[in-house]
Ligand binder design. Sequence first.
Ligand code: MGD
Ligand code: MGD
Ligand code: SF4
Ligand code: MO
Length: 765
Amino acid sequence: MINDKADMDESTEKIVNTGCCHDCGGRCVLKAHVKNGKITRLETDNEKEPQLRACSRGRAYRQRVYSEERLKYPLRRVGERGEGKFERVSWEVALNHVASKILEIKEKYGNSAILFVPGGGNQGMLHGVTPVGLMLNQIGGYTRMWGIPSYEGALFASMATYGTMMTGNARDDLLNSKLIIMWGWNPANTVWDPGTSLWLAKAREKGTKLIAIDPIFTDTAAILADEWIPIRPGTDTAMLLAMAYVIITEKLQDQQFIDKYTVGFDLYKEYVLGREDGQPKTPSWAEEITTVPEKIITKLAREYATSKPAALIAGWGPARTTFGEQYSRAANVLCAITGNIGINGGYASGFMRAYYSRESGGSVGKKKEGPIKQIHEKDKPKKPRPQDNLVDFNAPPRKEALYKLRGGTNPASTRVHFNDYYNFILEGTKGGYPADIKMAYICGTNRLNQYCNVNKGIRALKSLEFIVTHEQFMNPTAKFADIILPANTFMERNDIAVPWLGSPYYIYLNKAIDSLYESKSDLEICRELSKKLGIKSSLLDLPEDQILQIFTSPRKDIKSYNKMKKDGYYKVKVEEPFVAFKKQIEDPENYAFPTISGKIEIYCEHIAEKNIPLMPAIPKYFSHEEHYDSPLTKKYPLQLITPHNKRRTHSSLRNIPWLEEIESHTAWINPIDASIRNIRNGDLIDIYNDRGRIRILAKVTDRISPGVVCVYQGAWYDPDENGIDRGGCANVLTKDAYSPGGAFPMNSALVEANLYQKNHLEGNP
Ligand SMILES: Nc1nc2c(c(=O)[nH]1)N[C@H]1C(S)=C(S)[C@@H](COP(=O)(O)OP(=O)(O)OC[C@H]3O[C@@H](n4cnc5c(=O)[nH]c(N)nc54)[C@H](O)[C@@H]3O)O[C@H]1N2
Ligand SMILES: Nc1nc2c(c(=O)[nH]1)N[C@H]1C(S)=C(S)[C@@H](COP(=O)(O)OP(=O)(O)OC[C@H]3O[C@@H](n4cnc5c(=O)[nH]c(N)nc54)[C@H](O)[C@@H]3O)O[C@H]1N2
Ligand code: SF4
Ligand SMILES: [Mo]
């Protein structure tokens, strides 16, 4: 919608109320000033609080829309796969090619040979991956993966502990906390809802103590925290267990809460006190593992248990490690034994979604729904519905899946973990995988760059018969496609964005400008392709706004669709801050936790019955082959972490001049580790392991713990003739594996670093 000044012509500046829907933890208001069909400026929410203010990435989006590097026309590969040589073709030729390959592969090998590779590039309801999924369902389905890199470990832990992913309190409730522990969480950069940093700052102003636990002295630690506790990566579970040890041995636990609302505390106690395995999980045991001094662990445990209500917010970074789900489980359990769940100012750490409406979160686990047993079987519809993927339909559950619980990860055994996908492609049914993949339909993801083990990824992508992608830029993944279909951006179409964590608002992204060059929206692409695939009628044929109305019709909290469309946002009025599990705690007679026992599961029977040794029913600490104490450290002594950076959203926005000014792409290394390698600030260094080698500028800084190197994820893979990546892509070094609970090990890789060239850059990177 535009502002309604009468008789405007093209040369009058109009303001289009739209938004930003990157996959960056936000969803924010943008007001596009448009003149002569061109965006001249972007403003954000200047209305009264709570504002949905865009960050620097959203505010710089104009430079992305008008980037010279935008893909302008459909392209067809002419060189070798991955070489990056393409010719311009018409839409007609490109779409005919895609349709005929899809139909040929379906005919020859069956629908399971079609792998859909979706990503988070667009977070609107309508564009990006949504129409592709709908379209592929209509031709008989496709192979999907399971596991989301963002949170799979945290999700598993949430389901196991609480039976749901709706575990967080609303941000404004942070003002009720006496203590906030930000564990592996850096919202000053990663946003996690537009108001988060402001609420944290307000809480601090009110006198709440804030503590950050992170191997890096993050912007959050620097700006918002009273105290920073550096920790060795991947050892958080040990620290959480040691905190439990202090709490239990000093009898600081909330025993009444434990007795009333939880199951399995005694078994957990046996493990923590060392009666199960002979190793008491004392703070001094944990000091050796974590490098956090015993005294600090003890002090923090006492503080957390006695400063009620306190919010332990366990971020997803430490869960993006090998056995990351154990960290999330251990954090959840600590919240439970201190009775910080279901109360204002507390926080049930876990997946962190905070639904505010009574229709969703509030009624989870109503007792009258009866005990939750064998839901997976019971709920299965007898006949497939149009929205069902026939490749998954009726497939029995995977062994590790928590399939008896409602919601959570799709348990179908036809799915392979997203971080095992290269082996899946390379080995197929001969390797015991459920299908033989022949083609990849990639949309909204820089898959090769963003998932672990790029060099194996290259081999896998090269082995396929056909690859198509919808993209906006010629990124490292697009280079491997046979056909590239140029997608437009969210400024060039209508869409609706739902906030990341279920906060009370919606963004309506009004189209600000026409599609640039020959680009089309994902919806338009799928609409046209559907016809060529012989799909007779489809939801996709309806106009954008009509589909959006259908998608939002179940959302009763949108009282006026038209107002949302006109304003570009809809802020829902909420009487009081949402507190996850408030009903379960205040009214246990009528509300149960949606677990199988109806209680918080410190011990999870559903996990126990699977009998998988590295997937225990209570949270436990494990080492592994790429941990600080593994034999591999002789060869690769540094621990690599690869978190999310403030100047990019993943690999999107990497080429935006304004954002490049914020920070250069560097590897952070502690002065102790740098000096023994003769590395100085601004030198060009190599970081490597058996999976590959990257060449990158060194940032020598005390802001990172000794023994740890940080390469922020998202820089673009750019190999030289020897395969050395000059782009500094973290995933050249990370491992394509996954934990039993599904955690992706993006922060669990061992590496070594060497000086490559001195004084590459004068001054301070
Ligand atoms: N090492 C390491 N790797 C990680 C992580 C980590 O912590 N460490 N984090 C992981 C996480 S949590 C995530 S979510 C993933 C994200 O990984 P991806 O989902 O691959 O995200 P992006 O790299 O942003 O790639 C999105 C692509 O979509 C394109 N795009 C944007 N809008 C549209 C659109 O409207 N239509 C189409 N068709 N394309 C569009 C962009 O140009 C971009 O190339 O990365 C993961 N990778
Ligand atoms: N600017 C920006 N914001 C984003 C994104 C982005 O790409 N850019 N991506 C969005 C997406 S899709 C996601 S999933 C979220 C991700 O949100 P998070 O997972 O919370 O983000 P990360 O930056 O990967 O990790 C958070 C912190 O964990 C720390 N960390 C890493 N390993 C460990 C460890 O073993 N122990 C401890 N204690 N700390 C550790 C990192 O140093 C980092 O400061 O961010 C979202 N927000
Ligand atoms: S990049 Fe994320 S936080 Fe920034 S404006 Fe866009 S949606 Fe908001
Ligand atoms: Mo993510």
